[in-house]
Write a protein that binds this ligand. Structure first.
Ligand SMILES: C[S@@+](CC[C@H](N)C(=O)[O-])C[C@H]1O[C@@H](n2cnc3c(N)ncnc32)[C@H](O)[C@@H]1O
Length: 235
């Protein structure tokens, strides 16, 4: 895959946990307990649940992010992985198929219900919840986070909150693997575009970029518009 400059990690990106994942079915009972806590009550936020209920979901492609598939063909992203704004959970199930223990988090009940209805592909689980109000048991809990179309869905005024939330969800020196939308025609959003320089400014107090590149694989229409980053939490 073509890399932009600033690449200093050439090898596999195993997050340090064994890929033979222990079965952790206990998460399922936590799922039920936390479901009643989540709500999307901020009037400034889109009504995500309504979007799913009415099928107004142009981002929903029916399969996992091609850049993630491309990454997993040659690299690993294992251990406990949070997927914020997971929607129907295609990325979650792909990560699980490749040996991770992913938790898909989404604020929309309809999205989480749909995600749970898919056939299991591994050790995945889902939780209804708000990334900005992380349940206590999720703080410092993850080896990795996979970001795809959650950051760009959030209003730019909340981006620093996003960075702080994903940082707080990670264990020390945890990894953030992200697919960012760099080029979007409609800046009114969502999705809201972001530049490489803005990503640096926002994330670098909390993360260091280990690799960044333009993925060759993309959904039709997104070719050349995404930047992928592998970042590591700085503390
Ligand atoms: C553009 S959709 C992308 C969904 C999925 N990643 C995909 O590509 O199909 C953005 C998702 O983020 C979720 N979301 C928005 N704000 C959130 C928040 N604060 N916490 C958790 N999920 C959120 C929405 O419900 C929605 O499912």
């Amino acid at each position: 895959m073509p890399k932009l400059p600033e690449s200093d990690v050439k090898s596999r990106k195993n997050l340090g946990e064994s890929e033979s994942m222990p079965k952790d079915r206990s998460q399922n009972s936590k799922l039920q307990m936390h479901d009643s806590d989540a709500s999307n009550t901020d009037p400034a936020e889109p009504d995500w649940d309504q979007r799913y209920l009415t099928g107004d979901t142009p981002w929903e492609k029916g399969y996992a992010s091609p850049p993630l598939s491309e990454f997993l063909e040659s690299d690993t992203f294992a251990g406990s992985v949070l997927v914020p704004g997971c929607g129907h959970g295609h990325d979650v199930r792909l990560l699980a198929r490749f040996g991770a223990r992913p938790l898909g988090l989404d604020v929309a009940p309809a999205a989480v219900n749909k995600a749970r209805a898919f056939q299991r592909s591994g050790n995945e689980s889902y939780r209804l919840g708000d990334l900005f109000k992380l349940d206590k048991d999720l703080c410092g809990a993850f080896d990795g986070i996979f970001e795809h179309t959650c950051f760009c869905a959030i209003h730019p005024s909340r981006r620093i909150d996003y960075v702080r939330s994903v940082s707080s969800a990670l264990k020390s020196r945890g990894h953030l693997l992200a697919v960012f939308f760099i080029k979007i025609e409609d800046p009114e959003g969502p999705p809201f575009p972001v530049s490489s320089a803005e990503i640096d400014d926002l994330f670098h107090p909390y993360f260091e970029t280990r690799q960044r590149w333009v993925p060759t694989a993309a959904y039709p229409g997104r070719e050349g518009r995404e930047e992928m980053r592998l970042m590591r939490k700085t503390d």
